[in-house]
Design a protein around this ligand. Structure first.
Ligand code: CUK
Ligand code: CUA
Length: 650
């Protein structure tokens, strides 16, 4: 009821000749007219505030899962308030969530996350994707890719925790990921910068013969909630810098589309007299949209037509081309973005150096493939479809169209990077004029409410802008990026909120209805290991806490409850291997404790009912307080104890 009352208020202010009407009281404690005058607010500003302000106790309608860029994490944001609800740490350690500081999450972050045996503690995350059932977000899982280190993570939305990291054994860099097929049978991860597959070495003059890309189809086990690496497989691709990918849906279910941008196979200067990749890869007028028939690929995998590289089955480029698992169609000028329409009939591709979005008609392409009508082959024997015969049309949108999202009314919203605009256009009727809205500045991705499903909601899109000069108080030369919430419910688009993103550069996000979440409030029963979803055999019941010594190995079975640890004092010898088995006895909402050991780089989060396990060698002698790191009660400071490490020879 806030909007009508504000409008009434506003109307009366105008009648009174606002904003110069006399204020009932001075300062921002006064009436609306005086506040507007004092803060220089327009009617549009007040309406925007009314559309986004979320009074205390009220919840947001939508939740954004946004890429945290090189923060390696996910930013969870409520819409329309644009309040940050959570960061989910994924590829980097984070102490509040106790991720990477001695607890069970260390296995995910440091062991599963290893690439080629090397520990990696950051990620450059680009495309979060929600799990889907029947082409709709189901609120169960979130997947995320790490461009820098070619990894994919699985986040469980039951507790917003990263449960698995899968290191791609084939490619050295990814980008087109982590995209899901409409029933989350596969999480798709495709390469970006080509390299010899499997981490091998080859000099750059062998770029064409030895360097390759790949599309990896990670099989997702929906019951276990984990990627099943054994049943996953890949397709070898030419070294064309595959870019964005999207899965077909409804009539095009069974296909994956990937845009690409280096058909020139430029490998930079190669240390010699060649152009930088920036111009070397921009010579051709056309690159290749990759059309992948993954259901056919599945039959090749089942028939054993694969070779195994680094433990993963790979369909060779020659077989993929011969069997039409892979076909190409031209795409103009430094393509970027690859977005299937909600009805699954078309895929829209932008162009960084073009002014058009190209709308490919999937049925036309299926027909060309079925009839064997091609205009030629690329160097690797992949059949190429005729461009004009494959498209529904092209739409002029401005300089540098990138990514496209959709609403429920048949409109598409495309981010236009160089123009810094969001362009609304009718993808079913290309004659209809466009509407362009300026955003600040250099928009990359754009996200829409339920935007990648078969039934988008409309209402909101968010512009994810790379630059924010003049928008926020100057915080030094490293500026935040900027999310702008845009109201698309009316006849014209309006920016209604600016939100700085001060941690890593976001790329993509997805926006889901908040009521699709089915998040738990506690681990039940107490002692549940969040990584197995079962009660740990090492969980301890109240009254059974103990310290068990076996030679130099010490096991501590500790309970955690407001406001004490039992046992609270632990004495070990220098050099002992200590394992702490922690059980939170709490079940009440928000009754979280923490457990940190001073000087030992240990900190875990003890959400209600959680089991945690910390193993370390007591290699520094001395007296080390341990304590609860969450202000959990009036006697929180008293929730502490001592780790006594007796020096050798004492
Ligand atoms: S890319 Cu970032 S703006 Cu990695 Cu999805 Cu287009
Ligand atoms: Cu438990 Cu503070």
């Amino acid at each position: 009821m806030l909007v009508p009352s504000l409008l009434l208020f506003f109307a009366s202010c105008q009648n009174a000749g606002a904003p110069t009407a006399p204020a009932p009281t001075a300062g921002t404690g006064g009436g609306l007219a005086s506040i507007m005058a004092e803060r220089g607010l327009s009617e549009a500003d007040v309406l925007a505030a009314a559309k986004t302000y979320t009074p205390t106790g009220k919840l947001d309608d939508y939740v954004i899962f946004g890429s945290g860029g090189h923060g390696g994490n996910i930013v969870v944001i409520g819409v329309p308030s644009m309040r940050i609800l959570k960061y989910i740490s994924v590829f980097g350690p984070e102490p509040w969530q106790g991720y990477g500081y001695g607890g069970l999450g260390d296995d995910v972050l440091y062991e599963q996350g290893k690439q080629g045996g090397k520990e990696i503690t950051w990620g450059d995350v680009h495309h979060p994707n929600l799990s889907e059932t029947g082409g709709e977000y189901d609120g169960n899982f979130l997947f995320l890719n790490d461009k820098a280190n070619a990894r994919v993570a699985v986040i469980d939305l039951k507790d917003f925790m990263t449960k698995q990291i899968v290191a791609n054994p084939l490619v050295m860099s990814d980008h087109g990921g982590a995209f899901v097929t409409p029933n989350t049978d596969y999480v798709v991860e495709t390469s970006q910068y080509a390299a010899p597959l499997g981490g091998k070495f080859a000099t750059l003059d062998k770029y064409e013969t030895e360097y390759r890309g790949a599309a990896v189809f990670w099989k997702f086990d929906k019951v276990k909630g984990r990627i099943d690496q054994e049943n996953s497989w890949a397709i070898e691709l030419p070294p064309y810098a595959q870019d964005l990918a999207d899965a077909g849906k409804l009539v095009s279910d069974g296909y994956v589309f990937i845009n690409s941008w280096n058909s020139e196979m430029s490998a930079g200067t190669e240390g010699k007299d060649k152009p930088f990749t920036e111009s070397g890869a921009s010579q051709n007028d056309m690159d290749y949209l990759h059309v992948i028939d993954w259901k056919k690929a599945e039959t090749l995998v089942a028939a054993g037509k694969t070779t195994t590289i680094n433990g993963i089955r790979v369909i060779s480029l020659a077989d993929a081309a011969a069997e039409h698992v892979l076909t190409f169609v031209g795409e103009p000028k430094s393509p970027h973005g690859c977005d299937v329409t909600p009805d699954g009939t078309a895929v829209v591709v932008g162009g960084k150096l073009d002014t058009h979005a190209t709308i490919y008609d999937i049925a036309k392409m299926q027909d060309l493939i079925a009839k064997g009508t091609f205009t030629g082959k690329d160097k690797f024997g992949v059949d190429i479809m005729d461009f004009q015969a494959s498209i529904r049309g092209q739409k002029e949108l401005g300089l540098g169209p990138l990514h496209t999202v959709y609403d429920e009314k048949g409109f598409a919203y495309t981010s236009v990077f160089l123009d810094s605009t969001v362009v609304k256009w009718n993808w079913k009727n290309l004659e209809e004029p466009i509407e362009a809205l300026g955003v600040q500045y250099n928009i990359g991705h754009i996200t829409a409410a339920e935007g990648d499903t078969i039934s988008p909601d409309g209402k909101y899109v968010v512009a994810m802008n790379k630059m924010s000069q003049d928008r926020y108080v100057n915080v030094g030369p490293l500026l935040p990026q900027s999310f702008q919430l845009i109201d698309i419910s009316g006849p014209t688009m309006k920016v209604i909120y600016d939100m700085p993103i001060p941690l890593g550069e976001p790329h993509y996000s997805q926006m889901m209805k908040a009521d699709k979440l089915h998040t738990i409030t506690a681990y039940t029963p107490a002692g549940t290991n969040p990584y197995t979803d079962t009660k740990s055999e090492f969980a301890v019941a109240s009254g059974e806490e103990k310290i068990v010594r076996n030679g130099k190995k010490v096991d501590v079975y500790m309970s955690v409850i407001r406001s004490h640890f039992t046992p609270d004092n632990i004495e070990v010898n220098e050099g002992d291997e200590v394992t702490l088995h922690l059980t939170s006895m709490e079940q009440a909402l928000d009754q979280t404790h923490g457990f940190a050991i001073d000087m030992y780089n240990v900190n875990v989060s003890m959400e209600p009912g959680k089991y945690e396990e910390i193993t370390f060698v007591a290699d520094r002698a001395g007296v080390f307080p341990f304590y609860c790191t969450e202000f959990c009660s009036a006697l929180h400071l008293e929730m502490m104890g001592y780790l006594l490490v007796k020096p050798n020879g004492a």
